[in-house]
Design a protein around this ligand. Structure first.
Ligand SMILES: [Fe+2]
Length: 391
């Protein structure tokens, strides 16, 4: 039940148009025309370009005789300079619309180009919270992975540089795309590890949105099916990548989780994951998965009813149980998934030593923003106790 607190209001925002379905990528040219685009900059990475994953988008534009240029320099954990590089190309090529296609990094760079193109010379001028004064260049985003809502959110996650991995985000309403297109066919060629790791991002994001202290009726509508679908179909998509039903529902879960967290926000699993990811060179999704059961067990007293709902959504039979008993089953349900897909939730299995735990704790203190909506209050000691239990 929603806790009613005077003066508390909720914000719901999403792209004004979401096109979802098998073959949806073909509609890109129609949307480019509708948005007044005369030349698009396609932002992607070289692996997707070589593997021809973006073919449906190129064919759609070519059939409509719409010119385009391609920037394929996107790297994982993109440094800010990539946005400047891609924006230079956008300007030199005379583009007036951005099409981002790929994983979270490509979508981040595409959003960055859009905001910089109309607001600044260089990306650093618009980094931070709502620093852009004007609407970005029109953009259409297509996700090719199961990551939660990169095609939906107002966040552009970048690292300062290739050497300095500190986060340098843009948070801007103007980074939300005009159109998000989710075509499950684009995700079919994803290898099992990427399927798994991007799928974890969706599962974790959906769970964190549902138990967040800012969860609300709008976010719940999307978080609940996102949990249900990702818990059921993540192992299937990992085990059998060509299973279209699993791909379809994982893509749906990813979009739903994106809409949910933009309204409700994520919490401590995300907060603790960044230090782990950079210390042991783990992907975003893998570092979330390692920490998920440990953080859930810790968070449980802060929102037992929320975790009991998570347990039921993940298929656990909670009939006749107390709320706390049911909530514990949510932790068990996540451990069941980790076991079946063979993912260790022990930091030592990724090369951690006991001496690392203090450094991880100190680095996590910089993520204070993520803790504000976590269901349980945090301090340094509590952060350390979770790293210890995960060790
Ligand atoms: Fe995430």
């Amino acid at each position: 039940m929603l806790e009613i607190i005077d003066g508390k209001s909720y914000t719901f925002s999403s792209p004004s148009k979401i096109i979802f379905g098998l073959g949806a990528a073909k509609s890109v040219s129609e949307e480019v025309k509708r948005l007044g685009g005369s030349k698009a900059l396609i932002v992607t990475d070289s692996i997707l370009l070589k593997a021809d994953v973006i073919r449906p988008v190129l064919e759609s534009l070519e059939a409509a005789e719409l010119p385009y240029a391609i920037y394929d320099g996107v790297e994982p954990d993109p440094p800010t300079e990539l946005v400047d590089e891609a924006t230079d190309k956008y300007r030199k090529e005379g583009c007036n619309l951005v099409v981002g296609i790929g994983g979270a990094s490509s979508l981040d760079v595409a959003k960055g180009v859009s905001v910089v193109a109309t607001n600044a010379e260089k990306v650093m001028e618009v980094c931070g919270f709502e620093q852009a004064a004007k609407r970005g260049a029109p953009k259409i985003l297509l996700s090719t992975t199961h990551t939660a809502g990169g095609e939906i959110s107002p966040y552009v996650i970048m690292h300062m540089s290739r050497e300095d991995h500190s986060l340098m985000p843009i948070v801007s309403e103007y980074a939300i795309p005009e159109v998000a297109i989710m075509d499950p066919l684009l995700s079919v060629s994803m290898p099992p590890t990427v399927t798994l790791e991007t799928g974890f991002d969706t599962l974790v994001t959906a769970i964190e949105s549902l138990v967040s202290s800012t969860a609300n009726p709008f976010s719940d509508v999307f978080a609940e099916p996102a949990i249900e679908l990702s818990a059921e179909y993540l192992p299937v998509a990992w085990a059998k990548g060509s299973n279209l039903t699993a791909r379809y529902y994982m893509c749906l879960a990813a979009t739903f989780a994106g809409v949910a967290f933009v309204s409700a926000s994520v919490g401590a699993v995300h907060a603790l994951s960044y230090a782990v990811g950079s210390a042991y060179h783990l992907s975003h999704g893998r570092s979330l998965a390692v920490l998920l059961p440990h953080v859930m067990r810790f968070n449980l007293p802060g929102n037992p009813a929320g975790f009991a709902r998570v347990a039921a959504l993940m298929g656990k039979d909670t009939d006749g149980l107390t709320t706390l008993e049911a909530a514990h089953l949510a932790v068990e349900a996540t451990e069941d998934i980790m076991e079946v897909v063979g993912v260790s939730t022990r930091l030592r299995d990724y090369g951690a030593s006991e001496e690392d735990l203090q450094r991880l704790t100190e680095e996590t203190a910089e993520m204070a923003g993520f803790f504000s909506n976590n269901p349980r209050d945090f301090d340094e000691e509590k952060t350390r106790s979770i790293y210890e239990s995960a060790y």
